[in-house]
Ligand binder design. Structure first.
Ligand code: FAD
Ligand code: SF4
Length: 510
């Protein structure tokens, strides 16, 4: 009885449990994975190059590999079509796959195997700390899920940053030391970012993507992401020896023209499984125990992976497929055109979109408190926001992108991911960056000439949602401040906000 192991584009690791037994491997490049959202060329190139490198490695090891390239005949648009066509022509009697990250993909594989009359075995993805079952158990019976409690459980269960049953450093959370802006002069010392020059396989992929997906967003000229495990391990080592020590303090800060700061840039490698989250966490903990990095940095970094990353995966599988349809605030506006072009006078959005199209990267606060915040305040349809985030980032895969966008950033899930909408005025961006110094708008102005669109829309947001948010104690301070504004003031703000929305619709956002 021959068994086929399906390896998806974001499952590039032979350390997964599913690799313990199989006769042959099947992998496929299909167009739909790059077009079901308008995927950036950088993201497409990263996936295809990493897949081809992984396949090359399997071939060298003489594994029986059935690899379908994008242009192979017969043409198949989707993964499901390609798998079904392959199974119908082959003698494999059973199929196994590591639990796919995305709900849509799992459904496609199930349907393909059923249509071809083959059994599909879905093997737990053991690269994660928590199984989906464990997350469900954690969620069961809780009225409100909170990342912090889940994270503490993870720390205890897996003995990460623990000593005699207590968190090292005496606290679970060092966020209070971790929210600093840079001084007037900007970041003191940044390490030169390690680049991974495209080799032969990547160059070939880049050429193909540039031709075949020429209309897609993103610029391939600067492509330098790790596409192999060896490169990803080098990127990890370089981060641990370099930026990690300063990761904590300025984790939330932004600076014009500096896309990377002290962030790890490891998300794409972890999501493709070139790196195991457990080895990344272990390396950060070891650096702390060796006295090389402060606890604030080690804990802040580990929280992102052991906490947030595991938590969003749990949320995704707990609430899908209905989660995708949620729109708690009934937001309907189109996505502004400048999310693709960067062509806006708002210097914060211009900087973030420009670097996104150039590198396929923005760090968390840029995503949450610049592009995400603007979409939330303007009232953009959360599905359009979701499509954009899934398209443009190298690390974008739905299971992690969706809860972050729809939940954390747009509050479209009504409070599953976060206990309140992350709303702020332009003053937050002024505090955390130097963007406002180079902008024609004034973050302190909420109406009239030169008023910052974020600030206008922030007060308008509070006024529009005052009633529904009034039951949320975490919003009470912001709503109290709204009450201090005069009726004339509020009317002016609402008029200005209406103008911004009308201009956006007239500009033909998507
Ligand atoms: P670092 O700042 O160095 O953090 C270290 C690691 O922690 C990351 O590599 C990542 O694996 C993990 N991590 C950090 N924050 C989160 C988080 N909120 N959720 C899950 N994991 C986290 N992350 C993705 O991997 N893919 C996405 O598609 C994605 N979409 C996002 C969309 C929005 C609207 C927001 C607000 C966040 C999104 N994130 C996403 C989370 C986070 O922004 C990125 O993981 C991070 O910016 C990647 O850069 P880095 O590797 O330099 O991260
Ligand atoms: Fe952004 Fe407003 Fe600051 Fe301009 S003034 S950079 S639009 S927050």
């Amino acid at each position: 009885k021959r068994s086929l192991l399906v390896v998806l584009g974001d499952q590039l690791s032979d350390r997964l449990k599913a690799f313990s037994s199989f006769d042959a491997i099947w992998m496929a490049e299909v167009t739909a994975e790059s077009t079901h959202v308008w995927s950036s060329k950088i993201r497409i190139a990263l996936f295809l190059s990493a897949m081809r490198h992984f396949a090359e490695d399997l071939r060298k090891r003489k594994v029986e590999l059935h690899y379908r390239r994008l242009d192979d005949e017969p043409r198949c648009e989707t993964l499901g079509e390609a798998l079904q066509a392959f199974l119908e022509e082959s003698d494999f009697e059973s199929v196994r796959v590591t639990q796919p990250g995305d709900w849509r993909v799992l459904e496609e594989l199930k349907a393909a195997c059923e249509a071809a009359g083959r059994d599909l075995e879905v093997v737990e993805d053991d690269s994660f700390y928590a199984t989906l079952e464990e997350f469900s158990q954690h969620a069961e019976g809780r009225k409100q899920l909170r990342m912090e409690y889940f994270y503490r459980e993870m720390r205890k269960t897996h003995g990460v940053l623990m000593e005699d049953g207590e968190p090292v450093g005496g606290k679970w959370n060092f966020d209070a030391s971790n929210r600093k802006a840079f001084g007037k002069e900007g970041p003191e010392r940044l390490f030169p970012r390690q680049r991974f020059e495209p080799g032969e396989i990547t160059r070939e992929v880049i050429q193909m993507v540039d031709t075949k997906f020429s209309e897609h967003p993103g610029d391939l000229e600067h492509f330098d992401w790790p596409v192999t495990r060896a490169d990803a391990l080098r990127a990890l080592e370089s981060f641990i020896q370099g930026e990690l020590a300063q990761f904590g303090a300025h984790q939330d800060a932004m600076w014009m023209g500096e896309p990377y700061l002290n962030h790890s840039l490891l998300s794409s490698s972890i999501n493709l499984k070139l790196l195991d989250p457990k080895e990344v966490v272990a390396a950060a903990e070891q650096a702390y125990r060796d006295g090389k990095v402060p606890i604030e940095s080690a804990e802040g970094f580990i929280r992102q992976i052991l906490g947030w990353r595991e938590y969003v995966r749990g949320i995704y599988w707990e609430y899908m497929p209905g989660y995708l349809q949620r729109n708690e605030l009934e937001a309907q506006e189109p996505l502004p055109e400048f999310y693709w072009s960067g062509d806006t006078e708002m210097s914060c959005i211009r900087d973030v979109v420009t670097q996104t199209m150039k590198h396929g990267y923005a760090h968390h606060i840029q995503r949450l408190m610049v592009t995400g915040l603007y979409g939330l305040l303007l009232g953009v349809d959360p599905k359009a926001m979701h499509d954009w985030y899934l398209s443009v980032y190298v690390d974008a895969v739905e299971w992690v992108e969706l809860p972050n966008t729809l939940g954390m950033s747009q509050y479209a899930d009504g409070g599953v991911m976060g206990s309140k909408p992350y709303v702020a005025s332009g003053k937050y961006i002024k505090r955390m960056s130097n963007y406002c110094e180079k902008c024609r708008f004034d973050p302190d102005k909420r109406s009239g000439e030169g008023a910052c669109p974020f600030t206008v829309l922030y007060w308008d947001f509070l006024a529009r949602h005052e009633e529904s948010l009034s039951g949320n104690p975490r919003m009470s301070m912001q709503l109290r401040n709204l009450k201090r504004l005069s009726t004339d003031d509020v009317n002016e703000i609402r008029k200005a906000a209406k103008g911004i929305r009308e201009a956006n619709r007239a500009a033909g956002g998507s």
